[in-house]
Design a protein around this ligand. Structure first.
Ligand code: ZN
Length: 841
């Protein structure tokens, strides 16, 4: 495209919601620095019927050609042009049903099928709605106008500048000019929207289909708080005069940060008090805060290339939690960050099939099951590590400097490091480049050498392989002494191996004190691990460290450095545990072990889990209570299901008594509705399935529908499971198809037949939204491929020849399958050990 740049787009659209197509006209002002005879724009699935050059009241036709493979149209000017040039392009397009570009969103109102037309452009789908320079660095201003039916409402990034009726009963709606921004952040939508609003200095609103806007009150109130926090923290006012949260019925992702017009799945912005759980409320707030942070990180300062997408997503992830913690400290969201973000990132990044946070190549990056845990979860976790390193004040000042300097422009990682370095006077670039610029993360192995600790670092991968990678690791160690004291020591581990003096009289030591570092710890002294166990049992370690020790140990089991039996035995130290974070960490690891293992190994995990969680449930109570901590409410819903899954009669009886209330249309507390329905399905048959089908059809709540789809994945009855699978393909809307499939791939009754079902229905499953199709592969292959590894591998070898885009997700799924296969084999060996030792006794 040379140096030609866009300056301004005027976009005129006439959508037809009955025929699902639209006509469009773009007037694009270009800056052409030196005489040029042609220019290329991105387009996809648009039919261009006229293209011309205008100026001084005249219009000249341009010839053009379209290359669908490159997603480009080449425009040839009638003569070489330079300076400011205006192109006019007329075209038509389809309002598609693929949840990308300009698409239709279906909903039912008063028993009638209705549609809205909305946009989703990130990363590269603006080209499906208008010809453009579809790259984040190609910023321009935008002016959108739409001609729509008189009884409909249009929404775009900015406020309405003018609305006037037309003679044919339609109306023209013209929006204010936007600031300089990237194409992927443009939004326009038309439908029967209804609003609630809070007029402040910035007008904030929630938009939804008629009858639902009132459910946006909770979000609106939280948005006002979050906006206050962000403006204060970043030191830059939100620049537009309005900000909408728009509930969209059909939406492939969770939410999208379009400037001034943030779109959401309905369950993440609409709130019905008797349907939504504490976990659901927290997720709403975290997502709203995440999308709001993007209004600065992404919208105001934009990555100069997709390679730096982490500058958007890592910050939005981090501030999603930071803002919620500010207003609801009693929710303990930083603790949950460890299990929900850091743990997921450590697990994902422990594969060889991974990449750096700064994505190599970067041209065609998509956010999917492969990339999201790295650029969101790992990126957010590494930012916590940076904040720990430079200090809270310097972190904030550095971010303010960075945002001020690059507002309305683009930036790269380097620009951020420079800002942090300028305010902290610490070598941030050196420290961060090896966390952001190389794949994977380290494991620190530690053992005693007299009064010193010997620490060695190497890359942590589940499947071992030689590696000479190194990191600059800020290591914090808490040392415990015989007299009951403890002391924290920090050091920067900047070589493969180092000694740390901990003085005389130490009885135990814990690395990664407070768990703010992104690395695994391997304790080579069995005696130390035993002492740590005692400290856990006596409650002398904080919850985050109790969580971290068992999680590192389980990672060693997955790596083959420790046996499952050791992990299960170590859990004895947690018998008095009553804090949610360690308990939910243990629950997640036991659940993983339960699914991967089989036969008596699985039974053993179940028996440990059953005893463990029955005790916890006795402690916290099976019934939700008014005094419950926020995290206890979330934990109970998880443990009721796990305990029942592991054969707890008490948990099952309790849930079934609650489920019978649901069947009688009576109320069940929203904080346990999910587990109650899961157990209801697991114990139910055909009638229960029919009940779910009817209930999903009549439910108006997306939160409730999603819970029921989760429950549907939990049936044990083989015949019913066949019906569930048919129902998923035939009845469930695209946006939710991956939910029950993901749950079935964790259901021992469903696992054995899922791989055959996947192959038999491949064509239908391939038609899912690409991100959701990848999610299905990532859920299914690592578990359902167990026992038929060769078959699965050779299937994908063949399949990937025609599905090149799936390469990353397939490779990581096959690697996870290998890790799981090894875990099963290791169990066989250790069982033989037990038999031998049994003979000796
Ligand atoms: Zn985001």
């Amino acid at each position: 495209m040379g140096d030609i740049k866009p300056i301004h787009y005027k976009i005129h659209l006439e959508p037809d919601l009955k025929k699902f197509h639209f006509t469009g006209k773009v007037e694009l002002i270009l800056e052409v620095p030196s005489p040029a005879s042609e220019v290329s724009l991105n387009i996809l699935e648009l039919a261009i019927w006229r293209c011309g050059l205008t100026g001084q009241g005249q219009s000249e036709a341009c010839s053009f050609s379209v290359d669908p493979r490159q997603e480009e149209m080449k425009i040839v000017f009638p003569r070489p042009v330079s300076g400011e040039v205006c192109l006019i392009i007329d075209y038509v397009g389809e309002i598609n049903n693929r949840m990308a570009g300009f698409y239709r969103s279906r909903y039912v109102r008063d028993g009638k099928e209705k549609y809205a037309a909305v946009t989703q452009f990130e990363e590269s789908d603006a080209r499906r709605a208008f010809p453009c320079f579809d790259h984040p660095a190609m910023k321009a201003t935008f002016e959108v106008e739409m001609i729509i039916d008189g009884d409909l409402t249009a929404i775009s990034n900015t406020d309405i500048a003018e609305e006037k009726p037309m003679e044919d009963g339609r109306k023209l709606v013209r929006f204010e000019r936007t600031p300089r921004m990237s194409t992927y952040l443009v939004f326009f939508g038309v439908g029967e929207f209804e609003f609630i609003q809070d007029p402040g200095e910035v007008l904030i609103r929630v938009a939804a289909v008629p009858g639902k806007a009132q459910q946006g009150k909770y979000s609106l109130e939280f948005l006002r708080k979050a906006l206050t926090f962000c403006e204060e923290y970043y030191g830059i006012q939100y620049p537009l005069s309005k900000l909408d949260l728009i509930a969209i019925a059909d939406f492939a992702f969770g939410a999208m940060e379009n400037w001034g017009a943030i779109t959401f799945r309905e369950n993440l912005v609409l709130h019905e008090p008797d349907k939504i759980s504490k976990a659901g409320e927290e997720r709403m707030c975290v997502v709203i805060a995440h999308e709001l942070a993007h209004q600065w990180f992404g919208n105001l300062v934009t990555p100069e290339d997709w390679k730096y997408l982490w500058l958007n997503e890592s910050f939005a992830t981090y501030f999603g939690y930071r803002v919620v913690d500010h207003y609801y400290p009693e929710w303990d969201v930083w603790e949950q960050f460890l299990q929900g973000q850091t743990q997921v990132a450590l697990d994902r990044d422990a594969l060889h099939e991974t990449f750096s946070i700064e994505i190599p190549g970067g041209d065609h990056v998509v956010i999917n099951a492969s990339t999201a845990p790295i650029i969101y979860n790992k990126g957010g976790s590494v930012l916590r590590q940076v904040e720990g390193y430079v200090g809270k004040e310097a972190f904030r000042e550095g971010l303010r400097l960075y945002l001020r300097k690059y507002q309305y422009l683009c930036a790269s990682s380097r620009d951020l490091w420079d800002a942090l370095e300028a305010v902290s006077a610490k070598p941030v670039s050196k420290m961060m480049s090896n966390w952001v610029g190389q794949p994977g993360f380290p494991m620190v192995s530690v053992e005693r050498e007299g009064d010193n600790l010997r620490m060695n670092q190497r890359r942590f991968t589940y499947l071992d392989a030689p590696s000479d990678q190194e990191w600059l690791i800020p290591v914090s160690v808490r040392v415990f002494y015989g007299d009951g004291r403890s002391k924290e020591t920090t050091t920067l581990l900047d070589s493969k191996s180092a000694l740390l003096d901990i003085g005389a009289g130490a009885v135990a030591y814990k690395l990664n004190d407070g768990q703010s570092g992104f690395y695994r710890v391997q304790y080579r002294d069995e005696a130390n691990l035993k002492e740590l166990g005692e400290l856990i049992a006596n409650g002398r370690l904080p919850p985050v460290d109790r969580w971290g020790i068992q999680d590192d140990l389980y990672a060693m089991v997955k790596r083959g450095d420790a046996r499952m039996q050791e992990y299960l035995e170590f859990l004895a130290h947690y018998v008095e545990e009553n804090v949610s974070l360690p308990l939910s960490g243990i629950a997640a690891n036991l659940h993983h072990a339960f699914i991967v293992q089989q036969g008596i190994s699985r039974k053993k995990v179940a028996s440990v889990g059953r005893a463990f969680f029955e005790r916890v449930l006795e402690n916290i109570g099976y019934e939700p209570g008014p005094q419950d901590r926020h995290t206890t409410s979330i934990l109970r819903d998880q443990l009721l299901w796990h305990a029942a899954l592991y054969g707890s009669v008490k948990a099952e009886e309790f849930c079934m008594s609650q489920f019978s209330l649901l069947l009688k249309e009576q109320k069940v507390h929203p904080n346990i509705q999910k587990s109650v329905m899961q157990v209801g399905a697991a114990c139910g048959g055909r009638d229960t399935f029919e009940w779910f089908v009817g209930k999903i059809k009549s439910s108006e709540s997306e939160h409730e529908r999603m819970n029921m789809l989760i429950a549907m994945g939990c049936f044990k009855d083989g015949k019913v499971l066949e019906r569930v699978k048919r129902y998923v393909l035939e009845e469930v809307p695209d946006r939710n198809k991956a939910i029950p499939i993901g749950i079935m791939s964790e259901n021992p009754a469903a696992i054995p037949s899922l791989w055959d079902w996947f192959q038999a229905n491949l064509q239908a499953i391939e038609r899912f939204h690409p991100v959701l199709y990848e999610r299905v592969i990532a859920a299914l292959v690592p578990i359902c491929g167990l026992g038929r590894e060769e078959e699965v591998r050779s299937f994908f070898q063949e399949y990937m020849r025609k599905q090149e885009k799936l390469k990353d997700v397939v490779k990581l799924s096959l690697e996870k399958l290998e890790v799981h296969s090894r875990m099963r084999r290791a169990r066989k060996t250790s069982l033989q050990d037990e038999r031998i030792s049994g003979l000796l006794h």
